[in-house]
Design a protein around this ligand. Structure first.
Ligand SMILES: O=C(O)CCC(=O)C(=O)O
Length: 241
């Protein structure tokens, strides 16, 4: 899909939700872009949701994917799975992922509320088992479920006749690993520039090690100077001509 910078719907979660635009013909998905300055995202990242995510992952956190996840009637259940398998890091490993799922519709047993297996994030020696007992987490619209990526979980089946199950799904990962969707490229600079600093950090504008020529990527986003204006040829050492 092309991004139309003049179309606020590409960045406006409210409008994307109102349109319930599916990208795939049946099942869900995804609008990676409504990461823009919208109350759901900002509310979640500014307040308790963000604190919860940081409580799981520590302070080096970024957005891995943001997706409008619309489970349509007749959808079958997902297999139980753990997150964090994207990177070639053997298990057991520390929590690399933390999910925050905001119910836009009510999530109930019939329309596919999320299944989780309590405490399974601590079962480091146990192979994944699809027959294990699960707990289905029902939520009223506006509630948010936060869970650690090592927890066994799965979207439920939508057995309703005609009710969708729309959620805003924000997967976070530790910011020293790559993102599943490259948010820095996916969100055009002109849009990212307008965002609050916390959200820019969450997108991945993060000075890891040297930043960009020892400048904070947020400063580079603002002025476009990828060569540090303060850089000088040193009189001694490596810089000596
Ligand atoms: O939407 C849900 O209930 C969970 C989705 C999920 O775990 C996934 O897509 O990986």
């Amino acid at each position: 899909m092309n991004v139309d910078l003049n179309d606020p719907a590409d960045y406006d979660c409210d409008r994307a939700i109102a349109a319930r635009r599916p990208i795939l013909p049946r099942r869900v998905t995804t609008h990676v872009r409504p990461v823009g300055a919208h109350s759901y995202v900002l509310g979640a990242v500014r307040t308790d949701g963000r604190a919860l995510v940081e409580g799981v992952l520590g302070k080096y956190v970024q957005i891995n994917i943001v997706t409008l996840f619309n489970l349509l009637p007749d959808e079958t259940t997902q297999n139980l799975h753990q997150d964090g398998g994207l990177w070639p890091i053997p298990r057991p490993h520390p929590e690399l992922v933390c999910n925050a799922l905001i119910a836009i519709d009510d999530f109930d047993v019939e329309n596919g509320a999320t299944n989780i297996v309590p405490y399974s994030h601590t079962w480091h020696d146990r192979p994944m088992d699809q027959s294990v007992e699960t707990l289905q987490v029902t939520m009223r619209s506006g509630s948010m479920l936060v869970w650690a990526g090592n927890l066994w979980h799965a979207a439920g089946a939508n057995n309703s006749r005609d009710r969708e199950r729309l959620g805003l799904f924000m997967r976070h990962n530790v910011s020293y690993l790559r993102q599943q969707d490259n948010q820095v490229i996916a969100v055009p600079r002109e849009v990212a520039k307008q965002m609050p600093k916390k959200l820019q950090r969450l997108l991945g504008y993060f000075p890891f090690g040297g930043g960009i020529d020892f400048r904070d990527p947020i400063d580079v986003l603002r002025d476009g100077a990828v060569i540090n204006p303060a850089a000088q040829v040193a009189r001694r050492g490596w810089g000596k001509l």
